[in-house]
Write a protein that binds this ligand. Sequence first.
Ligand SMILES: CC(=O)N[C@H]1[C@@H](OP(=O)(O)OP(=O)(O)OC[C@H]2O[C@@H](n3ccc(=O)[nH]c3=O)[C@H](O)[C@@H]2O)O[C@H](CO)[C@@H](O)[C@@H]1O
Ligand SMILES: C=C(OP(=O)(O)O)C(=O)O
Length: 430
Amino acid sequence: MDRIRIVGGRPLHGIIPISGAKNAALPLMIASLMTSDTLTLENVPHLADVEQLIRILGNHGVDVSVNGRREHQDGSYARTIHFTCRTIADLTAPYELVSKMRASFWVIGPLLAREGQARVSLPGGCAIGTRPVDLFLESLKALGAEMEIDGGYVNARAPKGGLIGARYTFPKVSVGATHVMLMAASLARGTTVIGNAAREPEVVDLANCLNAMGAKITGQGTSTITVEGVSLLSGARHRVMPDRIETGTYAMAVAMTGGDVEIVDTDTTYLETAIEAIRRAGAEITRTERGIRVRRNGELLKPVDVVTDPYPGFPTDLQAQFMGLMTRSSGASHITETIFENRFMHVQELARLGAKITLNGQTARIEGVERLKGAPVMATDLRASVSLVIAGLAAEGETVVSRVYHLDRGFERLEEKLTRCGAIVERVSE
Ligand SMILES: CC(=O)N[C@H]1[C@@H](OP(=O)(O)OP(=O)(O)OC[C@H]2O[C@@H](n3ccc(=O)[nH]c3=O)[C@H](O)[C@@H]2O)O[C@H](CO)[C@@H](O)[C@@H]1O
Ligand SMILES: C=C(OP(=O)(O)O)C(=O)O
């Protein structure tokens, strides 16, 4: 199994290109199940989750053709992928595939909307909380579907004539359940009004792509989304938005090591809360034509408290990385996680590097230390693993991160991007 070896203590200097967003690419790819025409997605990142979803979609009858990658001088490239699902080949999403990635559960929306039925295994995914699917079941029931759980599978059936538009207000904000409602309601009869919808930019990206396919969605980006059902969707061409979590992660890496890096091919409009927190921690961040420039030259990192929240709040997907950053601050900071009840697996691994962190319920207290020391650490989930990389970049000596497959789910060519900026980061295969 691969490991990542890091020799810490070097500032970062250079350019880091940002890839297409994993969390936008996944629902966009799933939307290809909703039309018999071709959906072409540009800027699709090369990630383990994307490859896994390609296998899952293939099982349902989606033909996938990948265009040669485009390489630029600064190391960035983007893949264009064509997805064509002439007919749905299989209405079952099996345990063996769905258990590997939570987002694959979302095929339930398109299958139900296009074919009137679906049998989808209950999902797996990162071990960051219990992550139930009750909101998916309740919202699809509101569109008239019958839902039952049997043998670890959700059996879903639409009423005769298809799903029916309705008013539904989520009792809690869910990104995934909002994605699924958007897809299901797009092919329902009549109008659906979704209350307390997720406002995440990835939801907006999906809604915009569905609209390009012929859907009639308004209000995306606000907490009330209206979907007027249409009888058919067609093909479209859509560019996957830049990965705001990858952007924030590299900004924190530069804040951690010091140096001067331009993070390009990104849009930081969607990252204001996190950027503000990194600024308060002591890094200078300025906008450039292609993204942002992050600098820190010698100033001490200051302690900053953050609380994770649905968008536009501080993203839970940057919580672990920010904790990594705060381990070197000049005082005590507090990080409160409100989205997932068990997203603190990185705490004990950061402690191996010398971090001083205590947990009290959903709040971590981080007492900044003057130095971290390299050690062997284990990645426990996607964002936790990259927080260890950030800490390793600032630690004295060698840090070896094992279980790198977590990292490969969401960070494209991480070693290469960091190495180009002067870090010593290499993948060691055994
Ligand atoms: C592939 C993808 O885009 N993943 C993101 C998505 O995950 P995901 O869509 O799974 O996250 P949700 O927004 O659904 O989860 C938010 C909260 O709602 C709970 N919940 C969710 C559904 C449900 O039926 N019942 C229920 O109780 C969850 O357990 C969690 O506590 O949004 C999360 C929150 O921004 C991010 O951390 C993930 O990176
Ligand atoms: C938790 C994440 O992904 P998933 O929802 O696919 O587990 C993530 O991207 O940080």
